[in-house]
Write a protein of this length. Structure first.
Length: 439
């Protein structure tokens, strides 16, 4: 930072090379850079769709720098544009620059957005794109998306990810639960990142078993990065290959192969999520790191039973739901304090009540299982969702359901969709997947 020990007053006379005609009024524009959108007319800076608090001077400072991205902006120019009504000490400018740097953090490449050119001024170094005001740009409440036009959404920074279903290369359908479960686990891990958009299970699973160009899929889904993977089970061993592709540029961002024992699937999932997050988000908060690598059981057998339960639960059929219940009960036998297994049990009974069992028989069991999950882990968002749905759609207790939604929002950064519920009620800010996706 260029702070002088002795305050100096700087002439605000604008250099000739930068001076605009006096009659020309600045035009308010919208700029996009990496995960940010700067709207000069509305005087708002958005990060992932969420407004960022800035003082008026800091906002004006950012506007001038962004307008001149890629070029040196002298200190005299900044003083002229940001403080046009009087003389300002250079130290004041330096303090505001420091504040702006702290707000923006580091860019996706790990470098700061603003570089100091010693004794001269500052340089906004990241790529900036101007957005036409006619584009349907809007802030959507409770959603991380900001840019709605398809062409722009795929051009965002590396703050969006689609995890395509892992391909099962084992030659039989038995390990299918493993490939599907690993996909959902990774999706859920990334749902814990702030200002990061990961597409939900229902959105990406329509591409299962389809050999399509990753770049084309990424463009269709409007994301910047795409995770693809393959899983091969050989007895008690498993080989997992995964890679992340930059949709816009087409190059590989990350790739790895894991040759492990089947019992190590818990660790593999955590490693994949941690490695990818480091590539897409160089700086994670302590809480984000904890959430990404968090485990709800250390028992691999219970985890596999839970994955199998979710696999059959997703089939919707009466037989599939009955099989799912059996697997969730086996998971609970292996680990009696596995809260997510109780959530799976609750979801299974709740779904049975729609088509295959009398609600008076199935729903009380769903409620009991959800309450048991909350008894084990009172902060578990999935358990609040399961209980809240029972209270609202069976007992018609909207007040308690609303409290559950608010409680869920406080306990976790994301929400999960329930296919049986109206989207107007369960519109997620982040999608947090049911069951054993949260290891």
């Amino acid at each position: 930072m260029d702070v002088l020990k002795k305050p100096q007053k700087i002439s605000k006379r604008t250099p000739r090379a930068w001076q605009a005609p006096a009659s020309q009024k600045p035009v308010a524009r919208i700029y996009w850079f990496e995960t940010f959108v700067l709207d000069q007319a509305e005087r708002v800076l958005l990060r992932g769709g969420i407004p960022v608090a800035l003082t008026p001077r800091v906002f004006d400072l950012l506007s001038v720098l962004v307008e001149s991205h890629g070029h040196l902006v002298t200190k005299a120019t900044l003083l002229e544009r940001v403080w046009p009504d009087g003389f300002v000490e250079e130290a004041n400018l330096s303090v505001n620059i420091a504040t702006l740097r702290k707000v923006l953090g580091q860019g996706l490449d790990g470098r700061p957005y603003i570089e100091t050119v010693r004794k001269l001024g500052y340089h906004f170094v990241v790529r900036v794109q101007e957005i036409e005001r006619e584009s349907p740009l809007k802030v959507v409440k409770n959603e991380p998306e900001v840019l709605r036009p398809g062409k722009l959404r795929a051009s965002q920074g590396l703050n969006s990810l689609a995890v395509l279903p892992f391909e099962n290369e084992s030659g039989d359908s038995d390990p299918e639960y493993l490939s599907d479960g690993l996909t959902e686990s990774i999706i859920n891990s990334f749902s814990h990142l702030e200002d990061f958009r990961v597409l939900g299970r229902n959105t990406v699973f329509r591409y299962k078993a389809k050999s399509t160009d990753p770049q084309k899929i990424g463009e269709e889904l409007g994301v910047r990065s795409l995770l693809t993977g393959r899983i091969l089970r050989l007895g008690d061993k498993v080989i997992i290959r995964a890679e992340v592709t930059d949709v816009k540029e087409g190059w590989q961002i990350w790739g790895e192969q894991y040759d492990r024992k089947l019992a190590d699937i818990l660790a593999i999932q955590a490693e994949i999520a941690a490695e990818i997050s480091k590539k897409l988000r160089p700086r994670l908060s302590v809480d984000e790191e904890r959430r990404i690598t968090n485990r709800h059981t250390d028992n691999p057998t219970a985890y596999h039973f839970c994955l199998k339960g979710r696999y059959h639960w997703n089939k919707y059929a009466n037989k599939g739901l009955s099989t799912a219940i059996d697997y969730f009960r086996k998971a609970i036998e292996e680990d009696p304090v596995y809260a997510l297994a109780y959530v799976g049990l609750s979801d299974s009974y709740y779904r049975l009540s729609h088509l295959h069992l009398p609600a008076s028989e199935a729903v009380p069991k769903a409620r009991l299982a959800a309450e048991k999950a909350l008894e084990i882990n009172e902060t578990l968002a999935e358990a609040h969702t399961a209980l809240g749905s029972v209270l609202m759609f069976y007992y018609w207790d909207w007040e308690k359901r609303t409290k559950r939604v608010l409680k869920r929002g406080r306990t976790q950064s994301g929400f999960r969709d329930r296919p049986s519920a109206p989207r107007s009620v369960f519109q997620p800010r982040r999608q947090v997947f049911r069951g054993c996706a949260r290891i």
